[in-house]
Design a protein around this ligand. Structure first.
Ligand SMILES: Nc1ncnc2c1ncn2[C@@H]1O[C@H](COP(=O)(O)OP(=O)(O)OP(=O)(O)O)[C@@H](O)[C@H]1O
Ligand SMILES: [Mg+2]
Length: 253
């Protein structure tokens, strides 16, 4: 059974069908990729999973339990954590404080006796944020700020981590470091659903990749299957007026 399952999810914004009956499964452990051209519905799907967006049809299941009617904070308690496409961190707090806030919140609801300071230290160690732990978050370059967001999500000790374009704004070295971190998390048993425009990263990390196009699952398969899928290539290569997707097209091609 999948750890996280999205079944028949549909979302409409007025006349726009952002998602039309999407089925997706994230297994326990490993990275599942979610790719697709701009406007395909990737962020909307994340919002549905987290409870920030109501779906007009379908269900979201976590560990077999239907969580579709739960508010976002209840879903977070059950182990769903995410990062945002537009960076969301507490700018006036230090890196460590940003992480500590998440660890404190988790202690309050989990009652597992975990020490938030210890959790924060572990996450700082894991993400390599030690050298900037005392810096105020809004003084950091984008690459490190993105890492703080990932670290904060990790401090809630999630069972599923949803990452919405974590490499956006990162340079090549930072992207490769982030890929390394995600690979380590996945091999330690973390379940990650990764939305990324960086095809090299998605292809290298994912066991299974879903391709979303106009709110529908266009293809699902291993990186090799996705790379050679004619419909996927057409969807990417067909959108040459879009810089993001053109880049994606050349990575697939
Ligand atoms: N709150 C909203 N109100 C109206 N339309 C919306 C809203 N959010 C998203 N949409 C529309 O829904 C569709 C899917 O958007 P979404 O942001 O989920 O795409 P995406 O795959 O994340 O794209 P990108 O790669 O650019 O981040 C788009 O047509 C978008 O314009
Ligand atoms: Mg998006």
């Amino acid at each position: 059974m999948a750890l996280l399952e999205v079944a028949g999810v549909g979302v409409r914004f007025g006349g726009i069908q952002a998602l039309g009956g999407v089925d997706l499964a994230v297994p326990g452990g490993g990275v599942t990729g979610l790719i697709g051209p701009n406007g395909a519905g990737k962020t909307t799907l994340f919002n549905v999973v987290c409870g920030l967006q109501r779906a007009h049809s379908g269900r979201v299941l976590l560990d077999g339990r239907d969580i579709s009617s739960l508010p976002p904070h209840r879903r977070a308690r059950l182990g769903i954590a995410r990062t945002f496409q537009r960076l969301e961190i507490f700018s006036s707090l230090s890196v460590r404080e940003n992480i500590l806030v998440a660890a404190e919140i988790r202690r309050r609801f989990s009652r597992d006796g975990s020490n938030p300071r210890k959790v924060a230290d572990e996450v700082i160690e894991l993400t390599g944020l030690g050298p900037v732990a005392r810096e105020q978050a809004d003084t950091l370059p984008t690459g490190l700020a993105r890492l703080v967001e990932v670290a904060r999500a990790l401090a809630s000790k999630p069972s599923v981590l949803l990452l919405d374009e974590p490499s956006s704004g990162l340079d090549e070295t930072e992207t490769s470091d982030l890929g390394g971190l995600l690979g380590r998390l996945a091999s330690d048993g973390m379940s990650v659903l990764l939305v990324e425009h960086d095809m090299d990263m998605v292809m290298a990390l994912s066991r299974t990749i879903y391709v979303l196009d106009f709110g529908r699952v266009l293809a699902k398969g291993s990186p090799d299957e996705i790379r050679s899928d004619p419909a996927v290539r057409a969807a990417y290569l067909g959108a040459e007026d879009n810089p993001g997707t053109t880049e994606a097209a050349s990575a697939i091609a």
